[in-house]
Design a protein. Structure first.
Length: 321
């Protein structure tokens, strides 16, 4: 009971600190809000016995990136600086978000987390850094790190069999989309974030309920469960006609005026991701289980697929301007 109440306090403080960050107009106050968010998230990691040294690794990486950002902010007040402050700020934010080339910590930490912690890390914990990076760094400076994240993250999925690692690389792959949505407008960002989070949480929740930690375990599951996972996977990659496709299509329409080159890279990245997910699903269906389906699994699958269809139809009619 005491543990549950402490978790609720930490979660509430994380939400409050993020709201403080969103509403802040001062850079130092934004930095303080992010640190409060970090302090509230660390105790949630330490409660898990499986993590062992992972909370310390996460704390060191986040503290290092925060220190780099603070140094850059303090040096920014000087007229002349011996280093490129915008590059230092960008490096600190890329490290904090887990974007390439500072991404190696994210898959290794997520692999040992519980699915609930993975949900928080890949959704809520991305809000503050995304908003701050768009305030500090220009789009031209962000093109290279976004480009390598878009191209290399799908490639990294091929080598991995761990579902948590695959979700970590999927998070890295979707972060440039999130950043670009923020650069377009806040309304676009929040639309993308809400729908992306719903898809992400549904997929991770499926893995949690079905106890799937490695891709080869999906072969043992029933056909209708596989279909549910496939729909969510394809929606995450932006495969038509899923909600993920309409979401990315909306961003690309508005992005063409900002950077045609980056738009093309994003399209190629989505195609690669879709190909990888389709390859995974084909291997699952070629080794299908012949056991009978039960009514519970049918209901579980139909509810999730219905949710995806409703989200797609709703988005088509309520697409933000």
């Amino acid at each position: 009971m005491l543990m549950n109440s402490s978790k609720m306090i930490f979660l509430k403080m994380m939400v409050i600190s993020t709201i403080m960050m969103i509403s802040s107009m001062n850079l130092m106050f934004s930095w303080i809000s992010m640190e409060i968010n970090l302090i509230m998230f660390i105790p949630m990691l330490t409660k898990s016995k499986k993590l062992k040294d992972q909370p310390m690794k996460y704390f060191i990486i986040q503290s290092l990136s925060s220190s780099m950002l603070l140094i850059a902010m303090l040096m920014n007040s000087k007229i002349e600086s011996p280093i490129n402050l915008s590059m230092l700020m960008m490096a600190s934010m890329l490290m904090k978000m887990g974007l390439m080339p500072f991404h190696l910590w994210l898959p290794s930490i997520m692999q040992k987390m519980s699915w609930k912690k993975c949900m928080i890390l890949s959704t809520w914990q991305k809000i503050s850094p995304t908003i701050l990076i768009c305030q500090l760094i220009s789009m031209k400076e962000m093109i290279f790190p976004m480009m390598i994240s878009l191209i290399l993250s799908p490639m990294s999925m091929i080598k991995s069999m761990s579902t948590k690692k695959i979700m970590a690389f999927s998070s890295i792959n979707n972060m440039p989309w999130m950043i670009m949505s923020m650069m377009i407008s806040k309304n676009t960002f929040f639309t993308f974030f809400v729908i992306y989070s719903m898809i992400n949480i549904m997929l991770m929740n499926n893995f949690k309920n079905l106890n799937i930690n490695f891709m080869n375990q999906m072969i043992e599951k029933k056909k209708n469960m596989k279909i549910n996972l496939i729909v969510n996977f394809l929606s995450m990659s932006g495969f038509p006609p899923t909600i993920g496709f309409f979401l990315k299509w909306m961003i690309l329409q508005k992005m063409m005026n900002l950077s045609k080159f980056l738009s093309m890279i994003m399209i190629i990245s989505s195609l690669i991701s879709s190909f990888i997910y389709l390859k995974m699903t084909i291997s699952m269906f070629t080794m299908m289980n012949s056991k009978k389906k039960n009514s519970k699994s049918k209901m579980f699958t139909s509810n999730n697929i219905t949710m995806n269809l409703l989200m797609t139809l709703t988005f088509m009619f309520l697409k933000p301007n």
